[in-house]
Design a protein around this ligand. Structure first.
Ligand code: NOJ
Length: 570
């Protein structure tokens, strides 16, 4: 059966799935280590501060390894810890093979690798290879003249186009020394590298191999869809403000896969590591070129399910539309279908997203019920679950009243864009409060002491006001907490052949209130059912109840209560 038939089949599937599983596959024999356990994502700046600086550090990560182990995670993905001016909190790198003193030393990093290894946890690094910091020595040399040895390591042009950078403003910046513009897909301080130059590519591969030699378990590869630029740099169709999104002009430019295959040959091949690319808007039909046996990476973070509020794909915050459950279900089911022969990174949160409870559930939903409901999806879809720090505690969005209180560079860009489009301060702030990346970046809440136990100093970003009730110490002692629910689900998922290998099928796909899907392996089946409303909803007439093994309500009814979710085993 080809993928298209499978997608249609999965979509059209209703009661037949109960008695007649479409595809039966046996327990995969070749399951790799990174498929067996979840990945825990750490934003080090906000994780645990051991020095009183107000900023988290690597020793803080070392201190909390047992906590991460308690979630049965197999790997930790660290967002960038390299030297950086921190304009974009580390995604502006000034040295690819060093450690930012803000986070510690190389000795701390080596200890982290060793201590993690002792707990059977691998460390995964974030590779940011589309751009560097404007303080990187390569850029300082490149900008110094038009004829220095690194003159074409970046993208220089005499004329600019009307492209708008992802963080707002022109994607081009004038450079006095060279009397030329340079391209920056993201912030002005993040100039794009010129991948056409083989010396640039060699230097990047060497940097990646440096970390592999240190024993890291793999890579998350940042913003990879932008590395190939089009041959001709021309203006795009302008939006109302006269600019057009750089994303529409440069993402997934033909020829990108040649670069990526070389990258794979030079860095990944023959090593027992895992790779996950961040690839906004790779189409499902192209996925086979990116992941799996013909592809480059093991998994791809695509954005279809987290961007359902942007149906026209522009991701401009104040263009957000109300979300529909059927769109979420379709996005997830399409991705499951498209990665049927490869693998999928299951995620709802990361350092770039608002907290998921408020994103996917209606206003007024009980937060604990919602956090547990999303966890049930996270651990029962097919793929590797990615837990983002705080998600396992049920963290909620934060709210600052003034744009000046936001640290996130994209919040300021979106605020300015909204104001330029005629929104009032209050209206623009509503979107910033809803979508700001700072929602995910408030410090971890460890206990009820000052600053939630995150720092003895002044936290770089205010701690969420809910920390007295929502924190790791309190939840550790409560057997019904979100944290303990995550621990149980993770242990169950990691030992369940059905959940690791079983085939996915969505049921009742037109239903706007319930998300119900099954995983099937041989004659074993697991079914997850979630009520996404704050009302009581009846099960579909032909719904089959198995043995309930997980639920966010303790008992069982023949209907679903507000936000009720359950997992059944057959
Ligand atoms: C994606 C990263 O996740 C985000 O945090 C960063 O701002 C951009 N890429 C630019 O590197």
């Amino acid at each position: 059966m080809d993928r298209r038939t499978f997608i249609k089949g999965a979509m059209a599937l209703t009661a037949a799935a109960w008695t007649n599983p479409m595809i039966i596959i046996s327990a995969a024999e070749n399951i790799s280590w990174w498929q067996k356990k979840p990945v825990y994502q750490i934003y080090p700046k906000s994780f645990l501060d051991t020095t009183g600086s107000g900023t988290g550090d690597l020793r803080g990560v070392i201190q909390k390894l047992d906590y991460i182990k308690s979630l049965d995670a197999g790997a930790i993905w660290l967002t960038p810890i390299y030297p950086s001016p921190m304009v974009d909190n580390g995604y502006d790198i000034s040295d690819y093979t060093g450690i930012n003193p803000l986070f510690g030393t190389m000795a701390d990093f080596d200890e982290l690798i060793a201590e993690a290894k002792a707990r059977d946890i691998k460390i995964v690094m974030d590779l940011v290879f589309n751009h560097t910091s404007d303080k990187h020595p390569w850029f300082l040399e490149s900008k110094s003249s038009r004829d220095n040895p690194k003159a074409d390591w970046y993208i220089w042009r005499d004329k600019k186009t009307n492209w708008r950078g992802i963080f707002g403003g022109s994607a081009w910046q004038w450079c006095e020394e060279r009397q030329q513009y340079y391209l920056h897909t993201f912030a002005t301080q993040q100039p794009d590298l010129n991948w056409e130059n083989p010396d640039v590519r060699r230097a990047l591969y060497d940097a990646a191999n440096f970390w592999l030699d240190k024993g890291v378990g793999g890579f998350r590869i940042d913003a990879i869809v932008y590395i190939k630029k089009p041959k001709d740099f021309v203006d795009g169709t302008p939006d109302a403000d006269g600019t057009c999104s750089v994303h529409n002009m440069t993402a997934n430019t033909p020829g990108i896969l040649d670069f990526l295959h070389e990258f794979k040959r030079e860095v990944f091949d023959g090593k027992n590591i895992f790779t996950v690319g961040e690839a906004n808007s790779v189409k499902p039909e192209d996925l086979k070129y990116w992941v799996g046996s013909q592809g480059v990476f093991n998994m791809l973070f695509e954005f279809s399910h987290v961007n359902i509020m942007f149906p026209n794909g522009d991701e401009v915050w104040h263009h957000a539309k109300p979300i529909r459950l059927t769109n979420l279900k379709k996005a997830l089911s399409d991705s499951q279908a498209a990665t049927r022969d490869s693998w999928y990174p299951i995620y709802f949160e990361n350092h770039d997203r608002s907290r998921s409870i408020e994103t996917f559930f209606p206003h007024g939903t009980d937060k604990i019920l919602a956090a547990k409901a999303l966890a049930m999806i996270l651990f029962t879809l097919r793929g590797t679950p990615f837990i983002y720090q705080g998600e396992e505690l049920g963290f909620a969005n934060t709210k600052f009243n003034s744009i000046d209180d936001y640290d996130d560079i994209s919040s300021r860009g979106e605020y300015n864009l909204a104001r330029a489009d005629g929104l009032s301060d209050k209206e623009a702030m509503r979107f910033v409060q809803r979508f700001s990346r700072d929602n995910a970046r408030t410090p971890m809440q460890w206990n009820t002491s000052a600053n939630a136990g995150f720092t003895a100093g002044k936290p770089w970003l205010p701690v969420h006001k809910d920390f007295k009730i929502c924190n790791a110490a309190v939840e550790d002692l409560d057997k019904n907490s979100v944290l303990n629910f995550y621990r149980q689900l993770s242990a169950f998922r990691n030992s369940s052949e059905v959940l690791i290998s079983g085939e996915y099928a969505e049921l009742y796909h037109n239903n706007e209130e319930l998300f119900i899907f099954t995983r099937t392996l041989g004659n074993k089946k697991i079914c997850t059912a979630i009520n996404f409303t704050t009302r009581k909803i009846n099960f579909p007439n032909d719904f089959k109840f198995g043995k309930k093994i997980f639920g966010n309500y303790p008992d069982e009814k023949n209907y679903l209560r507000p936000t009720e979710a359950a997992i059944y085993e057959f």
